[in-house]
Design a protein around this ligand. Structure first.
Ligand SMILES: [Zn+2]
Length: 246
């Protein structure tokens, strides 16, 4: 059976197919991630081909057939094309990283409306200069990890349960969790968490303001989160977009 479906989506990737068409990967509000073909998209006259470009937030209509691997797009309208992101290398780098996480780590056809809304919200914030892209990306990354089922726990030591972990040397053991200054002596450290990094991770997770002097900590936080994710998902090789924009 095939049905005509309308949904919102963000475009993850786009590539040529045959002489005239394009294949795109979309992360959608109502159907999760899926691939689709746009026939005739390589013609300069194709309106759909123009709207469906990586990063764009679109409304798309397609013929949905469950037995088919590639859905067929019949029309697409632009909702937002995030112009400011496309004109700024730093914004682009972190936005590409978001697309990459969605492309590589979400499951085909798995619907998650909260994640979809989170993606649109963070791209809108990156586009509008509300905070530095590195900080907005850090906030998204922690949210994304919890949506994947790997929520970062920072409230208490994972061994003794001690709270108020500020201003002490901590460790993280990816298997156990965060370790206080006492418990870190007797357990394997996977990543050293200095007070500055801990405070930055808490601000990112709890959506609190981060001081401008804490930029280095924000980058360190992202490195930590990448290592944490690699431990839980061995197939994840780190964020490739960061290499491209080096
Ligand atoms: Zn402890």
């Amino acid at each position: 059976m095939s049905a005509i479906i309308k949904t919102e989506a963000v475009v993850l990737t786009k590539m040529d197919f045959g002489d005239t068409s394009k294949i795109v990967s979309l992360y959608s509000k109502d159907f999760g991630k899926f691939s689709a073909i746009i026939k005739g998209a390589r013609s300069p006259k194709s309106k759909i081909g123009m709207a469906v470009d990586p990063l764009n937030h679109i409304q798309v209509v397609f013929y949905k057939k469950d037995t088919r691997e590639l859905q067929i797009i019949s029309s697409a309208d632009l909702i937002n094309h995030f112009t400011a992101i496309k004109e700024d290398l730093d914004k682009l780098k972190y936005s590409q990283a978001i697309l990459e996480l969605l492309k590589n780590l979400t499951v085909e056809h798995e619907v998650n409306e909260r994640l979809f809304k989170g993606v649109i919200r963070i791209l809108t914030l990156i586009n509008s200069n509300s905070e530095l892209p590195v900080i907005l990306f850090g906030r998204f990354f922690i949210f994304f990890l919890s949506e994947l089922g790997y929520e970062l726990q920072l409230e208490k030591c994972s061994v003794c349960g001690r709270t108020n972990l500020e201003n002490m040397e901590l460790s993280h053991n990816f298997e156990l969790g965060i370790l206080c200054c006492d418990c870190r002596q007797s357990h394997v450290e996977f990543f050293s968490i200095k007070p500055e990094l801990f405070s930055c991770l808490c601000c990112l997770k709890n959506n609190k303001k981060i001081e401008l002097t804490n930029m280095a900590a924000a980058e360190k936080a992202i490195t930590f989160l990448e290592r944490y994710l690699k431990f839980h998902i061995p197939d994840f090789k780190g964020i490739q977009s960061f290499q491209i924009f080096k």
